[in-house]
Design a protein around this ligand. Structure first.
Ligand code: 99T
Length: 208
């Protein structure tokens, strides 16, 4: 087997990294990427990562020619163009914009959930802002309600960029905010998630 030609700045708990890992599994490209684990938060950045991504965020993908791709959306798009199977991002037409919008909604859940994580875990207790937490949680609830009401059939139709994003978002809620109890309000989403969670790509990347 040939050596990996790319390096992914990685953490096992990052849901944005997980999307990339799931796509690598689903498209048979795992062997092309070496993982470089980084421990970081906004207040304890990684100098090694900052040298490649000024935003100091993971994932970032170092290519063989020394160039670096970020963020997760760009990396997914790039890697989806590097395999010969059916693309996981529709190349054109209405399907492209719909599936990318669903993927963006999943990212919005993640953005809000990561901000909640930083607010409640990183910020000193006397500086916390409950209204901020509530506003982020409201974003998550609105997004989940829309997925439950409008997107189940679409998610079930194909495990692609939209499904990868939503699955990783739900997995992250389970990891960091199990108290949200999203399954009670979204039974169809819960049933879909229970099924896709059996996929080897999701099993292999489940955060511990
Ligand atoms: O914000 C920072 O300085 C460090 N945070 C990150 O690198 C997080 C890790 S999730 N990554 C992102 O926010 C990437 C978002 C970007 N739009 C993308 O790649 O799509 C870690 C969450 C956790 O461990 O709980």
């Amino acid at each position: 087997m040939s050596m990996p030609s790319m390096t992914l700045f990685y953490s096992p708990t990052s849901p944005f990294v997980r999307k990339v890992m799931v796509l690598l599994h689903e498209t048979g490209q795992l062997g092309r990427v070496a993982l470089q684990e980084v421990q970081l938060s906004p207040t304890s950045p990684s100098a090694a990562l900052n040298a490649h991504n000024p935003a100091g965020k993971i994932p970032a993908l170092l290519l063989a020619d020394g160039s670096v791709l970020y963020d997760s959306r760009v990396i997914l798009d790039y890697l989806d163009q590097q395999h010969v199977g059916e693309p996981l991002i529709p190349p054109s037409g209405g399907a492209r914009w719909r599936r990318l919008s669903l993927a963006a909604l999943a990212d919005a859940i993640l953005d809000a959930a990561v901000l909640m994580r930083y607010e409640s875990f990183l910020r000193p207790a006397d500086k916390r802002w409950p209204e901020w937490l509530e506003a982020q949680q409201a974003k998550i609830e609105r997004a989940l309600a829309q997925l439950e009401a409008e997107a189940i059939a679409e998610l079930a139709s194909r495990f692609d960029i939209a499904a990868i994003g939503v699955a990783c978002a739900l997995g992250y809620l389970d990891l960091r905010q199990p108290e949200l109890g999203w399954r009670q309000r979204c039974p169809q989403l819960a049933a879909w998630y229970a099924e896709v969670s059996q996929r080897p790509s999701l099993q292999a990347t489940e955060p511990v």
